[in-house]
Write a protein that binds this ligand. Structure first.
Ligand SMILES: [Zn+2]
Length: 116
C-alpha cells in the first residue's frame, strides 16, 4: 500500500519495554475526559486529582487500564504484533529502542533513527 502511494516503508521501530515498565506506566496514566490528552502521574501532573494541563478537563483512568486487561493486551501483542519483529528484521528495516528509559531519551533515539 505504501509503495503504491510512492512512500515505501524504510523503517520500523520496535519500542522494547519490560512488563514491569508497561505495568508501571499504565498504572500512572490518565486521560483527559475533555480533550483526550494522555498524561502521566509524576511527569505531567502530581496526582490523579489534578486537572488536565492542556484544557483543565477532568483526568480519568482508562477503563481498560487494569492488570487483567493488560495481561490480555500483552497476550494479543505476542500473538499478532511480535511476529512483525522477524518480518521487518529479515528485510533490514527494524530498529529497536529501549523504551524502559526516560521518555525524553526514547524520543531522542526515535528522532535520530528517523533522521538517519
Ligand atoms: Zn484536556
Amino acid at each position: 500500500m505504501l509503495q503504491a502511494r510512492g512512500t515505501p516503508l524504510d523503517l520500523a521501530i520496535f519500542l522494547e519495554a519490560s512488563e514491569p515498565t508497561i505495568a508501571f506506566r499504565m498504572a500512572h496514566r490518565l486521560t483527559c475526559s475533555r480533550c483526550g490528552k494522555v498524561v502521566s502521574i509524576g511527569r505531567h501532573v502530581q496526582s490523579a486529582s489534578e486537572r488536565c494541563p492542556n484544557c483543565g478537563g477532568k483526568l480519568e483512568v482508562r477503563s481498560d487500564d487494569n492488570h487483567a486487561a493488560l495481561a490480555l493486551r500483552l497476550e494479543e501483542f505476542r500473538k499478532k504484533s511480535l511476529p512483525l519483529i522477524d518480518f521487518y528484521s529479515e528485510r533490514g528495516l527494524l530498529a529497536k529502542v529501549d523504551a524502559n528509559q526516560e521518555t525524553d531519551r526514547v524520543f531522542e533515539q526515535i528522532s535520530r533513527l528517523i533522521q538517519e
